[in-house]
Ligand binder design. Structure first.
Ligand code: 2AL
Length: 254
């Protein structure tokens, strides 16, 4: 089984850390491909950057389709472009917020989220509503460490995330979801420190993707997630016109 874990930002060191977190939970025989788009922002912590990250994500899904990938993980907590990715993909596409929320909802009555910057808390809440978990979210807290500083020991990120997780638990949550793919590699340490379930969406999405593939399930192609119609695309995105690819994908799927 091949699972392509797409880091929608273009920081290769972060892709490598995401790949390690995914590979650590994947079953023997599952190939985890952690990939970085060729275009997009260095990190995603605004709506503008989220929008700019989508073409690069779609590029990596299109390449995965060409190569016979079985499922995809979108490894950014805003779950950017997952609907568009589902239109391109045959197999399941899972966002890390989506997977993290589903897991947390089964680990306790209510859960909270600890994310990077306060400006990303709105999206984390919006996604909880979208996936049907809005009423289970106690609060979304920010550690105020930017994505690319999470691994700088001088940022104190781990300690700050532990502190925010403790506050979330004190506020009545039974579990915490970490709100950034860049927090994946310290999830276990944070969970031990706070003595409660702390969910990393990268790991949760990887095993969920594996499970769906093992069940023989794919993305539904009879309605909203059918291959997009082919049409001209002009300007800097001209290379994203589907052309023959749309016909080929439709043929494979019909
Ligand atoms: C993220 C994430 O997961 N990757 C990224 O670049 N930004 N999330 C966040 N809350 O800042």
């Amino acid at each position: 089984m091949r699972i392509r874990v797409v880091n929608p930002n273009t920081t290769a060191a972060m892709t490598a850390a995401i790949g390690r977190a995914a590979a650590a939970v994947a079953a023997p025989g599952t190939v985890v491909e952690a990939v970085t788009p060729t275009t997009g922002p260095a990190s995603i912590e605004s709506h503008y950057e989220e929008a700019l990250a989508v073409p690069g994500l779609l590029e990596q899904v299109a390449l995965g389709e060409r190569d016979g990938v079985d499922a995809y993980v979108v490894a950014c907590f805003g779950d950017p472009g997952i609907d568009a990715a589902r239109e391109l993909a045959t197999g399941p596409v899972i966002g890390i917020a989506e997977a993290g929320y589903h897991a947390a909802a089964m680990l306790g009555r209510r859960f909270g989220v600890v994310t990077t910057l306060a400006r990303t808390t709105g999206r984390a809440r919006e996604l909880a509503d979208r996936y049907g978990f809005g009423s289970l979210v106690t609060e979304v807290r920010a550690c105020e460490v930017p994505v690319l500083a999470l691994h700088d020991p001088a940022s104190g990120a781990r300690e700050l995330v532990v502190e925010e997780c403790r506050a979330v638990l004190a506020g009545g949550a039974d579990a915490v979801v970490l709100g950034c793919a860049g927090m994946a590699d310290f999830c276990a340490e944070v969970s031990r420190a706070v003595g409660a379930p702390v969910v990393d969406g990268v790991a949760a999405a990887t095993v969920l993707a594996e499970s769906l593939v093992r069940l023989g399930l794919t993305t539904g192609k009879h309605g909203e997630y059918a291959s997009p119609p082919d049409k001209p695309v002009t300007g800097v995105l001209a290379g994203f016109a589907l052309g023959d690819r749309a016909a080929a994908l439709a043929g494979v799927r019909s």
